[in-house]
Design a protein around this ligand. Structure first.
Ligand code: UTP
Length: 408
């Protein structure tokens, strides 16, 4: 893109200020900035001016979960079906590790965090240990795909290589990078993070399938015959990955998505809950849950919206491919965004100072025709590390790991 073309685009979207330092840049930096301007989707930035319109939900009705008693009664059969699919190479694992983990406050990728006390035990290591349990049970390797972003790709790959993938077979580990999106102030003006660089952040975890396709890895998915992806977050150190019983239950129920859920511990607990929205599976966020929905009861007199998602989903590949053309809803999230101040000095704010633009994996559920919410025991499978201390923290996850017999 030439400078003239860049100016034209910037004027159109009210972002001319990003050229403030253009004349100070070297020729190479100038070209990099022009390339970045060309590649940035600025049409989404306006959305922050009418944020309220983005969250319009349809009609919410309950979606029953498969509860622990039903799972227990069918455990053998579900597990056999799941193991068969895994042995046939039909199940892949997909680790979402492109996030910035700002709440944890470490500059390293979150997976590099050491949760050990008397020994080193990294988050990545916990996850791989969990997956290895299934590899051993099935006596078959499972392809593990890891999504990173520009901000943490190199550090993630070198860390895992240095540690020999914590015993995982290298040929079965594949990395790809997600796309980035511009970050803005509260007026929707793009921040600069360097004189020749727009502030960007990963574009949310909802773009994982498209990013995987863009990276060329879909060819491998097809050639290896992977039909299902167990998508999971980097921060839940207790989760079971490619869990045969979960896979088997989803397959036997003929659903195109399975979602691991936990029973809420209070009606107003801050988790997204499974539901139907306009008759299709969906997730309603805790802040969207009205008083009426919060207190609604099902036929058995139990709370009707009682199962929260834990970001562990099983997706059917053919259905993911069919939804690729559909537009994902945009989420505008307040975050701390490093930026250049009026003097051109880099500031790392202590408090949120603007918006990031993200799409979320939970919105993919609503694009699918059927979904099985599958209950798991919270204390055995849910130990997320979001914060340094308090709720969902390193401290709470350590206690849960110990409760489950993991030596720290
Ligand atoms: P979070 O919602 O916890 O976001 O991500 P985050 O950006 O990592 O953390 P904070 O909010 O800044 O503290 C849930 C999962 O989705 C992944 C994360 O790595 C985590 O596994 N994720 C999130 C991505 O892969 N890409 C993204 O753009 C955002």
């Amino acid at each position: 893109m030439t400078l003239e073309q860049a100016k034209e685009k910037l004027v159109k979207f009210g972002q001319e200020h990003v050229l403030k330092y253009y004349d100070e840049l070297s020729e190479a930096q100038k070209q990099e900035l022009l390339d970045q301007i060309e590649a940035t989707d600025m049409s989404i930035l306006e959305a922050c001016k009418h944020k309220e319109d983005l969250a319009q939900k349809g009609v919410i009705t309950p979606l029953a979960a498969m509860e622990l008693s039903e799972i227990e009664a069918n455990k053998e059969s579900f597990t056999a079906t799941g193991l068969e699919a895994i042995r046939a190479g039909k199940v892949g694992a997909l680790l979402l590790a492109g996030g910035m983990g700002t709440r944890l406050g470490s500059d390293n990728p979150k997976g590099m965090y050491n949760v050990g006390l008397t020994r080193e035990l990294y988050i990545f290591e916990c996850l791989i240990n969990n997956l290895m349990d299934v590899v051993r049970q099935a006596d078959a390797w499972i392809h593990l795909f890891v999504m990173t972003s520009d901000k943490n790709n190199d550090a993630t790959i070198s860390f895992l290589k240095e540690h020999d993938y914590f015993g995982y077979k290298a040929e079965y580990v594949h990395f790809f990078k997600q796309e980035m999106a511009a970050a803005t102030d509260y007026e929707g003006k793009i921040y600069l993070e360097e004189k020749g660089k727009l502030s960007t952040s990963p574009n949310g975890n909802g773009g994982w399938f498209i990013s995987m396709k863009n990276s060329g890895l879909l060819d491998l998915v097809h050639s290896e015959g992977i039909e299902w992806f167990n998508v999971f977050a980097v921060d839940n150190v207790l989760q079971r990955i490619a869990d045969p019983c979960f896979v088997g239950a989803t397959l036997q129920k003929n659903c195109v998505v399975g979602a691991k859920v936990v029973r809420k511990n209070a009606p107003d607990e801050k988790v997204g809950v499974m539901c139907l929205e306009d008759g299709k599976p969906s997730i309603v966020e805790y802040y969207e849950l009205t008083e009426e929905l919060m207190n609604a009861k099902d036929a058995k007199g139990e709370p009707a919206y009682n199962f929260g998602v834990i970001l562990n989903y099983l997706f059917k590949v053919t259905d993911l491919e069919n939804m690729m053309e559909k537009k994902m809803p945009l989420h505008i999230v307040e975050k701390k965004i490093p930026y250049l101040d009026e003097q051109g000095e880099l500031v790392k704010p202590e408090e949120p100072n603007g918006y990031k633009f993200e799409s979320l994996v939970l919105d993919m559920i609503h694009q699918m025709d059927s979904c099985l919410p599958y209950e798991v025991v919270r204390n055995k499978e849910f130990a997320p590390i979001k914060n340094k201390t308090g709720i969902d923290s390193v401290e709470s996850a350590r206690a849960l790991l110990q409760e489950n017999g993991v030596q720290l």
